[in-house]
Write a protein that binds this ligand. Structure first.
Ligand code: ARG
Length: 461
């Protein structure tokens, strides 16, 4: 068990089957730079507490720097016999600076407090990348909204024509959840900035090392209040996995619409060639694969969250080896979003809308029937009756095979004496949209205000 972190109390080394099961270097090596940063900080705390002479500390830091560059250029790799990143790097440090200095580093720390800290550092770094990528998707939605500030979209509920809305209103409705994901990341960061380093295996340290010093060296806000909690809680990891999953779901809902809009039957959007794929057999095909992959990968993000939650359920305090299973799902969520978001932003930014087609379809399906009812209400008809009158008009027009806007004066008055010819004022799509001036409504003036607010919220996050 050469160079391993444990062994003296065992008669022999681990069985090959155990070693195979136990090994995590194939996924935790990604934490190597954070492990080195943790070791630098820990060495500083050891020196401050008098466990390293100044020259020993210097040798230690130089050795860690040497390892960091070998990690960066790929010349340092875990050996097949290394159990995890922590063991591999201690072994490498001892090879670099000798056991007399290298062998002092492990005092007062455990892989349990190390790993709990490193995973937070990794997630905090990647949360920044993901926030930047999210902002690009939001920017693309905002830019499309600005470019189509007055274009009309047939708004739907139950996927049926409901009421006309501004395309910008609809696109912004997809941007708001992403703004909230940004805000969730900011809020998550407050809880993530806690450093379990110094908690040891579970009970804390006897050596008088300063955990606040370690935390600040690592760019974290403060040490964990409880060493048991610090080493064994993973709610911060699960919360991150939730934000990732929810982001995937947000993108998936928009994806579903883009996929529909991109069909010949809808014909609302055309995707740019560089953000579409072809078919290996059907030469004419142009497929919305980015939207489909985003929709598909949201399933994987949900799986990562639920797998992690299942791992955590029923774990007694404190550290249990089960916790090693926290990393692959959340690393996968990070890597998934980091490839999905940039492609998605590009697809949105380059998508072309057929606004004439959308405007043509907007009045269909009697989508102005609510406007007729509300027009009647403004003329003092009780809404209950107004709803009935407008419904009867829809039925009469449906029977006549015409739209509401084509109803003759005779037809109108035959449905109800309240339906005088002036009702036609509200039987235009533009008029309908412009009249929805209530807070959060689809009137162009409200949508423009809303857009400014959206941009401000996204930038503040
Ligand atoms: N590699 C482990 C993890 O990812 C840390 C090692 C702790 N091992 C132990 N036997 N306490 O959680």
């Amino acid at each position: 068990n050469d160079g391993a972190l444990w062994g003296a109390r065992f008669a022999g080394g681990p069985s090959p089957e155990l070693a195979e099961l136990s090994r995590s270097t194939h996924f935790d090596w990604i934490l190597a730079p954070y492990d080195i940063a943790g070791s630098h900080a820990h060495a500083t705390a050891l020196e401050a507490a008098g466990y390293l002479e100044a020259d020993e500390a210097r040798v230690m830091h130089e050795g860690l720097d040497a390892l960091a560059s070998k990690i960066a250029d790929g010349t340092l790799q875990p050996a097949p016999g290394d159990e995890d990143v922590h063991g591999a790097l201690e072994k490498a440090l001892i090879a670099e600076v000798g056991a007399e200095v290298g062998g002092r580093l492990r005092a007062g720390r455990s892989r349990n407090d190390q790993i709990a800290t490193l995973v937070r550092m990794y997630l905090i770094d990647h949360a920044r990348v993901i926030a930047r990528d999210l902002l690009r998707v939001i920017d693309a939605l905002v830019a499309q909204s600005e470019a189509h500030a007055e274009a009309i979209l047939p708004g739907r509920t139950h996927l049926q024509h409901a009421q006309p809305v501004l395309l910008a209103h609809h696109l912004q409705a997809h941007a708001w959840p992403l703004v909230r994901e940004l805000e969730r990341l900011v809020d998550w960061r407050r809880r993530a900035g806690v450093s379990p380093y110094g908690g040891g295996a579970l009970a804390g340290s006897t050596l008088g090392l300063d955990p606040a010093l370690v935390a600040s060296e690592l760019g974290l806000d403060r040490p964990a209040e409880n060493s048991l909690d610090g080493t064994s809680a993973r709610d911060v990891v699960a919360e991150f996995a939730f934000i990732a999953a929810m982001t995937g779901i947000d993108l998936s809902r928009l994806s579903e619409e883009i996929i529909l809009w991109n069909t010949r039957e809808f014909g609302f959007v055309t995707l740019d060639d560089s953000y579409s794929t072809g078919s290996s057999i059907m030469p004419q095909k142009k497929n919305p694969d980015i939207a489909e992959l985003a929709r598909g990968k949201s399933g994987r993000l949900i799986g990562n969250l639920s797998g992690l939650l299942a791992t955590l359920k029923g774990l007694p305090l404190a550290y249990n080896r089960d916790l090693q299973e926290d990393k692959e799902p959340v690393f996968d969520s990070v890597q998934t979003l980091e490839v999905v978001l940039p492609a998605f932003a590009g697809m949105i930014a380059t998508m072309r809308f057929d606004t004439a087609r959308m405007a043509e379809l907007a009045p269909q399906g009697f989508s102005l029937a609510t406007d007729v009812a509300e027009w009647l209400v403004k003329r003092r008809v009780p809404f209950r009756d107004a709803h009935e009158i407008s419904g009867a008009l829809v039925r009469a027009c449906e029977e006549a095979g015409i739209g509401l806007e084509d109803a003759t004066d005779e037809l109108l008055v035959s449905v109800s004496p309240h339906l005088v010819p002036e009702v036609r004022d509200v039987l235009s799509i533009e008029g309908s949209v412009a009249s929805r001036t209530g807070v959060g409504g689809t009137a162009p003036v409200r949508v423009a205000e809303q857009r400014a607010e959206l941009v401000a919220r996204a930038q503040a996050a």
